[in-house]
Write a protein that binds this ligand. Structure first.
Ligand code: NAP
Length: 249
């Protein structure tokens, strides 16, 4: 039997992969987007299938409009009308102070975390809006604790990009709430994924985990719980919410 169709950007690893697996257990068919790690994407898709749901993998750079459009078209063609989007693909950029930050690094972070997310949200709205003949749906964007702490000496550009995600989520959430679409965000704290190694600090989650009030870094699965809940009908009165999942950090 077909389930509701969910697109997860950056679904091959980390929080996105945990979302794919949990969403499958809750009845979603999943389009697993990835940038370069086809093997990880296929592994995630296999986990979705093992849960009895349909899954496809779609390579695509979520900073590129053409790739985003192709992701939505492929998901619709292969799985059916899209009812959920988790805009998860995101990068911190390398850890650096602003005075040493290159313009290219700023553009890369904003291009994916902000512009790419906006385009993906727009494509979801175009398809889901009851005003446009759609069936409604839910969008969950990945914010971060970063805009609340500013991330000095690490990645201020990243913090700023996630601040933009918060404002976008609030505004778009209000704009389309009357059209059957709920737009919300989850703001994770220190989560143990590959993102820290990619930023150049492989031990970051372990090192800073001890300073989190709850005493440890979080897991991708713990963040996925909040995301999949916001996708679900149980969260039907949540609009423009930024849900913190940060162990008290
Ligand atoms: P991660 O472990 O580094 O995984 C990143 C995922 O995004 C991978 O699936 C990767 O695909 C994909 N990706 C990267 N660039 C992409 C692009 N240009 N187009 C499409 N996909 C791309 O990251 P994570 O820690 O799970 O983070 C996921 C989200 O949560 C991000 O938005 C991040 O900002 C946010 N977040 C994370 C934390 C944390 O502590 N981990 C905290 C707050 C917020 P490949 O496998 O193909 O490379």
């Amino acid at each position: 039997m077909s389930g509701k169709v969910l697109i997860v950007t950056g679904g091959s690893r980390g929080i996105g992969a945990a979302v794919c697996r949990l969403a499958a257990a809750r009845g979603w068919d999943v389009a697993v987007n990835y940038a370069g790690n086809a093997a990880a994407a296929e592994q995630t898709a296999e986990a979705v299938r093992a849960a009895g749901r349909r899954a496809i993998t779609v390579q695509g750079d979520m900073a590129e409009e053409a790739d985003i459009l192709r992701l939505f078209e492929t998901a619709e063609r292969e799985l059916g009308a899209v009812g959920g989007l988790v805009a998860n693909a995101g990068i911190t950029g390398s850890i650096t102070r602003v005075e040493d930050m290159t313009t290219d690094a700023m553009r890369a972070v904003v291009g994916l975390n902000v512009i790419g997310l906006m385009i993906a949200n727009r494509e979801a709205v175009r398809r889901m809006s009851t005003k446009r003949g759609g069936q409604g749906g839910a969008i969950v964007n990945l914010s971060s604790i970063a805009p609340r702490i500013g991330s000095p000496n690490e990645f201020v550009h990243y913090a700023a990009s996630k601040g933009a995600v918060d404002a976008w989520t609030l505004g778009l959430g209000r704009e389309v709430a009357g059209e059957g679409i709920r737009v919300n965000a989850v703001a994770p704290g220190m989560i143990d994924t590959d993102i820290h190694a990619t930023a150049g600090a492989p031990d970051r989650a372990q090192r800073l985990g001890a300073t989190v009030p709850i005493g440890r870094a979080g897991t991708a699965e713990e963040v996925a719980e909040a995301i999949v809940w916001l996708l679900s009908d149980a969260a039907r009165y949540c609009v423009g919410t930024i849900l913190n999942v940060n162990g008290g950090r």
